[in-house]
Design a protein around this ligand. Sequence first.
Ligand SMILES: [Zn+2]
Ligand SMILES: [Zn+2]
Length: 399
Amino acid sequence: METIVKSDAENDEQRADPIELARAFVKSTVQIPALNSALSQEIKNKIKHSDQWLDRFTRVGDLLYYLQRFNAAKNDPIYQEIKKHGLETFEDIVGKFEERFQPWANDCLKISDFVIGQQYPVHDILILARNYDTRAGGMFVLEANDEPVAVIIKATLSEGRYPNEWIQSGEILKYYLKSISGKFGLHFKPNKAIKDNPDIPVVTFTRDSETAPFIFRGVFNYVDLVEEDEGRKAFKLRRVSEVSNATVMSFEQVQEKLEKGVRKSKERTRSERLKRLATAPKRPISYSVKTTAFLRNPDVIAEVLYRAQGICESCVKPAPFLRSSNEEPYLEVHHRLPLSQGGEDTIENAIALCPNCHRERHFGSLYAMKATTSTHGGKVSLNQVGMSLMHTKIAIAED
Ligand SMILES: [Zn+2]
Ligand SMILES: [Zn+2]
């Protein structure tokens, strides 16, 4: 099966599932050569272990995120041993992988892909949580720009350490906070994320016992904190009603969050911002709202506006007017390669444009070919997106 995918990869490029091709690419460049090498059995076992994860990914973006995690470990003895045998590692192939699978680089598992009442393997939950440790606890915090944007919980309803339970079946859940040696610290990251952000979506999976499968229950919100004897604490969580489409945030909320973030970013010193940019994830977290929006990095917007100094980076003319809200030159920050087509949320991929040049990038004949030949799914036309953005006057928050 595996070898068929590999040997036919070239011919199948047109019709094969991108994730199959992506997996085959990783296996044929890293795992298969390593397993056929003279590496020690111990290292080979570790490599085999990563196979277990590789087969679980259903989206190219998630696999890319997994590969990118390996980036920091170049002085790792295992990495050095593999290099000594002239072999490639995950770290080595990330660039090639990104290049080859760029159209799908931002295609990740989303909350809205989960169907209420359906069973999911724990691996799917961990991929959504971007945590690859199967022994990890029951709560995970998803962050963007250092702020928690969602909490994922896996609740065991009996045989667990604390008696999590339905107060009202499928609707109201009593869920014990993260605890360490019997201490339910409100400062523990996931506890704090919920307590400090009562509107944060709590993506909830439950299972009836340690051996039962997890079932997706929907997105819940914080209602109350229940304090019990011996300092035990539990959240009371209520399911958000119209969650069948899992609209976690509205389009407007996403924009609002971003505008707030840009204001904060501008208040930082430039060197502080550059430091943050250097370590920022290049791939934004995406949400299902009415259309797909990206939680863009406000530092990128602020820095590109700084770089432009009020001059359009395309026609090199000064911004045509000042923004009424802050009297700053009015320019819009555009992504050369749209995020929806795999573009990176980086200052290199962003350009500050006057409104004319920006409209031209989206609708002008010079650039129209590129936009309309996009093979990426979804097919919300640029026209629709552009118009709705114009009507909602969110000039800094475009793609
Ligand atoms: Zn211009
Ligand atoms: Zn744009």
